[in-house]
Ligand binder design. Structure first.
Ligand code: F6P
Length: 359
């Protein structure tokens, strides 16, 4: 067996631990392992494949990023190509991926990615590529697994930042608005907002009203509690409004969210007359070492993916269903994203504590 591993989409702490576990598990079966550099790009480049040996995966369990590189611009189903008139056209290169994979003598692919990358993997699997998916994203928005690796580390990073803001907010009697990642879901905002004891948490699942946000902030200024912390997911939006875009999509460009903290800080300042500051944690949440939870989950996922390849269970994704790591069909895994359940215990706990969701 000669298997390949690639990492696609935004990086998440724990990618290298998956690569190491999958490589060692496969090497211990006597297989050969190669990594494809930068998602699927490496398949189209002569030096795009790298041999993964015991030596090359040594000492990477605790490291952030990915030794293979990644990209969220490398969708082989929508590959940007410049047309004769200079306009960018999106072409489907999936057939080429499958034939190039075979030409390079590869027998199976372990594709580590989030919803976008796993959707690509599902399509390639339909076209005959023997693929096993491994779910990753700090956003934790994949429906078929209880949790994705990278999420808990991102929550810790965000919690630490929110906790640190308390003393400066209090010292200046300010409102601090913190933006965390989460395009369509508010998992990071909810978990870090609660652990970091925010007063207001805004998530895409609950459209907010500025009036309600400001009312909660005003409450926090009654008595001698003169400061407030607002945590907003980048994808949160007001009732009847839209999320704030940092960059529009189209013509080969992916739409990027960002800017809600700055906008909200301005609106809150205007509405309440209180001094308000904002910051966006952005890629800090993706960087750094994975925590122990994410390392272990990533190692389990990597080893389980090799077991699925060994069993010939292609078109599947490994998923955590505690206490087990199971296989779920890739096609099912990417049908919908996992949103924060509004009747769930965590949202209910936040409400019991008096945290406002702006609704
Ligand atoms: O999908 C993970 C994620 O972190 C999103 O929350 C965020 O919108 C996006 O990646 C940002 O990606 P980029 O690296 O393109 O800025």
């Amino acid at each position: 067996m000669r298997i390949a591993i690639n990492t696609g989409g935004g990086d998440a702490p724990g990618l290298n631990a998956v690569i190491r576990a999958a490589s060692l598990s496969a090497l211990n079966l006597g297989w050969e392992v190669v990594g494809i550099r930068r998602g699927y790009h490496g398949l189209f480049q002569e030096d795009g494949l790298v041999s993964l040996t015991r030596a090359s995966v040594r000492g990477i369990t605790h490291t952030g990023g990915t030794i293979l590189g990644t990209t969220n611009r490398g969708n082989p189903l929508k590959w940007p190509v410049e047309g004769p008139d200079g306009e960018i056209q999106l072409v489907d290169r999936s057939e080429e991926v499958v034939s190039e994979f075979k030409r390079r003598g590869l027998d199976a692919l372990i594709a580590i990615g989030g919803d976008g990358s796993l959707r690509i993997a599902a399509k390639l699997s339909e076209k005959g590529l023997p693929v096993v998916g491994v779910p990753k994203t700090i956003d934790n928005d994949l429906a078929a697994t209880q949790v994705t690796f990278g999420f808990h580390t991102a929550v810790e990073t965000a919690t630490d930042a929110i906790s640190k803001l308390h003393s400066t907010a209090e010292a200046h009697s300010r409102v601090m608005v913190v933006e965390v990642m989460g395009r369509g879901t508010g998992w990071i905002a909810l978990f870090a907002g609660m652990a970091g004891t925010a007063d207001v948490i805004l998530i895409p699942e609950i459209p907010y009203r500025l009036d309600n946000v400001c009312r909660k902030i005003d409450e926090r200024y009654e008595g001698d509690l003169g400061f407030a912390i607002v945590v907003a997911a980048e994808g949160a939006f007001p009732e009847g409004g839209d999320p704030v875009l940092a960059e529009r999509g189209g013509a080969g460009k992916t739409e990027r969210l960002g800017g809600i903290a700055e906008r909200l800080a301005h609106e809150i300042g205007q509405r309440t007359g209180r001094e308000t500051r904002s910051l966006a944690l952005r890629h800090l949440q993706r960087g750094g070492q994975p925590n122990a939870y994410d390392r272990l989950l990533a190692l389990r996922f990597g080893a389980a993916a090799v077991k699925l390849v060994q069993d010939g269970c292609f078109g599947c994704m490994v998923a955590l269903d505690p206490p087990k790591v199971l296989a779920v069909p890739l096609a099912e895994a990417v049908t919908d994203i996992k949103r924060v359940p509004l009747d769930g215990d965590v949202v209910q706990t936040a409400r019991s504590l008096g945290i406002s969701f702006g609704d």
